[in-house]
Design a protein around this ligand. Sequence first.
Ligand SMILES: [Zn+2]
Length: 277
Amino acid sequence: MRIVFANSAWVNAAERLILRGGTWQSVRLRVRYGLFFHPAAGPVLVDTGYTPEALSGDRSGRMLRLYDALLRPDLNAAEQVLPVLRRFGLSPDDIRAVIVTHFHADHISGLSLFRKARFIASDAAWARVKARTPRQNLRHGVFTELFPPDFEARLEGLSAKRRVETREDVPGGADLFGDGSVIAVDLPGHADGQFGLLFNGLDRPLLYAVDAQWLLTALTQDRTPGFPATLIAEDAAAIEPTSAMLRRFLRSGGQVMLCHDPAPTSYDLAADDPEAG
Ligand SMILES: [Zn+2]
């Protein structure tokens, strides 16, 4: 199964905020999203990255504009989701499934582009979004104006999926396509309902751990940031156990990828990828 990741935007953060013992120097972070080609489900997106919808247009509320002004994402035109799909000969309507790992703006801002897609996401987290006022949602980092109006009608919740155990070092998860190829593994801590994706059938198993940490170094060197990073976490107490699980997976030979880590990986789209030309 071919799996690629693209970088929708760059954002800057002081290293100290995202790495224990880090400096005040600014780190240029990626904002990845993924695309894989499932034999039965076809091309599947993993989040949408940052798209212009997050920054402009009718959907942009006052708080959303403020948030973007603070984070100042620098959109990467060449690897925005639409041009990347074009590289693979795909139009947005060819995408029949978007996996939504959690509901932060840099993961959902392009959902409205995919009119034919179902959305595979945490239905439990969605129920909580609906129960909150817009102001309460903002405190959880959720900008409800970014959801397509028919999001719920197209939602395929994790709770309806079969739960499977695959490995000793990773807790069980939801089998997204019923064939064991992609397992949604809960990653509590960063955001309500966040889950990662375990691609277990590869030569080297891959766990896309989204925003469980910002930097891989935080896992490999045991340097998960404390305050104030914990302040913006959904469940600060869960961050360390989730990070410990990812370290076990790394130690047993697995590969962990994060959304924001700046170092290129073998899954990142190369600018001149001949296969995608
Ligand atoms: Zn996030």
